[in-house]
Write a protein that binds this ligand. Structure first.
Ligand code: ZN
Length: 154
């Protein structure tokens, strides 16, 4: 069971790395932010079109390791059409999944809590890569808050 799940997670990550979602240019962008993870050389840019407090469109650009780029793609799918509140809740769950001792992901019910984002749960075992997985979320946070247009993990 566990081995099968690991393989499934790897397949999801590779699929999102090779075929990243939401890479198309969008026009009339409301918010933009650039994220940088100098530790690994990852870059993620987030463009948002807002409808009130809902992210109606998202476009991702970037380059870097498979974890950072797959995470950006997975995040873009997870948050599209969601309100800021729903996104904040997702980000909180994602951060818990990546950092907490308590596994919030139920191996008996894969995807039940965070959908495809759970594919990144295994990254927790590699602390240096957590920043790769978190970079898109940190960048999204800055884009949504509108307080800056750049974020660097350190
Ligand atoms: Zn990386």
């Amino acid at each position: 069971m566990a081995v099968g799940l690991d393989n499934l997670y790897k397949e999801v990550i590779l699929d999102h790395y090779r075929n990243p979602r939401n890479r198309a240019e969008i026009r009339d962008v409301d918010r933009h932010a650039d994220g940088n993870n100098p530790l690994c050389g990852d870059k993620v840019a987030v463009d948002l079109v807002l409808d009130g407090n809902t992210v109606s469109q998202i476009a991702i650009k970037g380059q870097g390791c498979s974890i950072s780029q797959a995470s950006a793609s997975l995040m873009s799918e997870a948050i599209k059409g969601k309100t800021f509140e729903e996104i904040a809740r997702l980000r909180q769950l994602f951060t818990t999944m990546m950092t907490s001792e308590d596994p919030i992901v139920d191996p008996e019910r894969p995807g039940a809590i965070l959908g495809e984002l759970e594919a990144l749960a295994g990254v927790k075992a590699f602390p240096v890569r957590i920043k790769c997985a978190s970079l898109p979320w940190a960048t999204l946070d800055v884009a949504i808050s509108g307080t800056a247009d750049q974020v660097t993990t350190d």
